[in-house]
Structure formats: C-alpha cells, structure tokens
Design a protein around this ligand. Sequence first.
Ligand code: A3P
Length: 312
Amino acid sequence: MEEMFKTLPQHTCSWLKSMPTLYKYQDVWNTQEFVEGTILAQQNFKADPSDVFLCSLPKSGTTWLKALVFAIITRETFDVSTSPLLTTLPHHCLPNCLELGVERSNENYTNSRFLPIPTHIPYNSLPQSIIASNCKIVYIYRNMKDVLVSYYNFFREKDKIPVEDAPFEVAFDEFCHGISWCGPYWDHVLGYWRASLDRPEVILLLKYEDMKKDPTSNVKRLADFIGYPFTIKEEEEGVIENIIKLCSFENLKSLEVNKSGKLFGDHPDSTENRLFFRKAKDGDWENYFTHQMVEKIDKLIDDKLGATGLVL
Ligand code: A3P
C-alpha cells in the first residue's frame, strides 16, 4: 500500500503544522490511517443486512447522534440514571468506526445482535456489501460554516496551538478549496443526499440544526427508522424527553468523563474528550468570518448545493 500513497495527491496543512499529511483517494482527502482503513473496509467488510450505519462528516454532530442512538437502543436495559452514557464517552459506547477496524461486540450493552456502526467514509467509497445488503444508513449533516469553525477549533485545540499561530483565514481557504478531513464538505453531503433520493427507504438524512429546533420529532423519526420505535406508553411516560435530556449538549458536556477523559487513553496522539463538546452554537461562524469570507462561502454553498434544496 505504501507504493500507492506515493501516487496520490498530497496536501500539507498550511494553517496547522502538526496536522498529518492528507491524501486524496477516490476524490476524498484524508490521512494515511483513514485511507488505509477505508481500503481495508472496502476489501474485507461483510455487511449483515441488519447492520445500521451512522454516517457523518467530522464535526457535524456525530457525537450527539451516537449518544442518541445508543440511548434509544438500550432504553430497555438502562434508564437515564443507569445509562453507560453517564460514565462513557459516546464514541466508546458504539463499535469503532468502520475505517478504524469495526469491532462488533456489544454484549455489555444490549441484547440486539449488533449496535450501529459509525463511519466518516463518503457514500461513494462505502464497502459494496453495505449497499448490496440494503443496510440502513443514518446521515447527519450540518451548516458548512459552523462545521468549518468547529473543525478549525477542534484540530487547533487538539494540538494546543494558540489562535495566533493557526491563522483562521488560511483554514478557511483550505476548507473552501475542499481540503479537510473527508472533504470536500459538499461532496460528502451530496453523496448521501443523492443516495437518499435514490434509496429513501434505507437512508435517513438528519439535519443538525433541525434536530436542535425540534428534537422530539427527529428522535422519533430516528427511533422508527433504526427499528426501535417508541410505544404510546413510552411517549406518555416521557421516555423521549428523558433521552433528549440525557444526550443534550449541556448534560454530556458537564459529565466528568467528558471533561477529563481521553479518546485513546494515554496514547501520545490521544484526543481529550472535552474537545467533542465545545459550544454547539448555531451561527458561531459569525464570530470568525469577515464580510468577504461570508460573500465567498455563500457563493460557494450556492454553487455546490444551491440546487439541492438542502438549506445549509
Ligand atoms: P462545536 O464545535 O460547534 O461546538 P462531531 O461530534 O461530529 O465531532 O461534532 C462536534 C460538534 O457537535 C461540536 O460543535 C460539539 O460541540 C457539538 N456537539 C457535541 N455534543 C453535542 C450534543 N449533545 N448536542 C448538540 N451538539 C453537540
């Protein structure tokens, strides 16, 4: 595989020196580790028709989606006072990402055969057996401007680089050129959007901002779609509202595990859990963008996504 990487377009991040080199594989930018993981998944992963996939571009609400899905699926085993979410980072409640070598075992948490499998792999690069097996896919997407700001702050803070040493305008330009983890942003969104039009029965699109505005109906849609619908009795007993509160940004951010734990333990490249819970504020981009940036990105969003009806 080493030889193949020499032939791929490469990019060295110019706003964050510590960022690993990105490679363009199948029209998508990613690190060597994630590209290798994608190839291995494409070659080896055998989907079961009952598998459900949670797909997203990084910084689009993955952590929230994972928490909600876990709480929905395990609600008969745990209530909101005993949920593992109180002591475990949501990422650790579900199997590893597909591209990092999914482990399907979930004996500790649920009687269901498999828990949903997360992935950032774009639709067109998913292993064929996922498509052929008609597996269900939930895709969460978020306003491009807030994803960019979230992405910038996540990687800058991960490597403890002060704002002065990580020029936002350079990060902005790179992102708008399509260069970011799993970027271009618009291709990722478009891939799942197109697939959802072709195969609406197996692909559910959730918009981060809509989930915030109306969490109850979106959580119900999500539960119905993944095969764990709420009963009328559960609705009357407030089970949906309890799950929403358990998985709320404020609650998860305040938990000790999410304030002090680390994603990969003591590994030198580990990420502090707290970085997955920054502000969760719609429109935080307004604190970062100049007028020229707004004009440029609005035009880009219109060019790339204007025709889709996806209001981002
Ligand atoms: P901000 O950086 O704008 O705060 P991902 O999970 O895909 O990495 O996305 C991270 C973004 O989701 C961060 O956005 C984070 O604060 C926000 N987030 C994390 N948990 C959330 C929750 N429970 N509800 C809403 N947003 C959440």
